[in-house]
Design a protein around this ligand. Sequence first.
Ligand code: ATP
Ligand code: MG
Length: 153
Amino acid sequence: MKHKKTYSEYETEALGYELGLLLKDEPKVVILLDGELGSGKTTFTKGLARALGITQVVNSPTFTILKKYVTKDHHHRVLYHLDLYRLDGLNDDFDLEEYIDGLGMVVIEWPFKVEALLPKDYLLVKIEKLSDNERNFVMTCVGIPCKRAVQYI
Ligand SMILES: Nc1ncnc2c1ncn2[C@@H]1O[C@H](COP(=O)(O)OP(=O)(O)OP(=O)(O)O)[C@@H](O)[C@H]1O
Ligand SMILES: [Mg+2]
């Protein structure tokens, strides 16, 4: 488990970028972003995306559930960005595998809207809003792919 604090939107994006650099060569990694409205989940995701080499603007996919981004370079790295905020009550129907059609980094905002969703290996990033601009990040790796990243961040 690792704790990190940020004091601005910029620092949160930068923290996502650092973590993204440590994870970009993993074939498959699932990152669960758990935090209240406006805690910085999408901001953090923008940093992860930048580390992968994604040049498109990453916005909150609130009205689509899933957005998929692929880098334009020869790595063809993939980011799946999910926001399950509106999925209340659909727990039994939701199957993550139906949305994820390949390898890549999977980032999920509001992961606990779907209790049955948790894969076996994941990196849990809990974001606590301490004040207007202050956030505490608690990163816990469950399973193999993120162990090294959490150690070095
Ligand atoms: N340290 C910080 N880190 C991240 N965002 C911050 C910080 N301090 C202030 N903010 C502000 O908090 C907001 C975070 O918005 P963001 O869309 O990233 O949150 P979110 O967790 O994705 O929200 P939602 O649950 O609505 O999707 C922005 O308006 C940003 O400017
Ligand atoms: Mg968001």
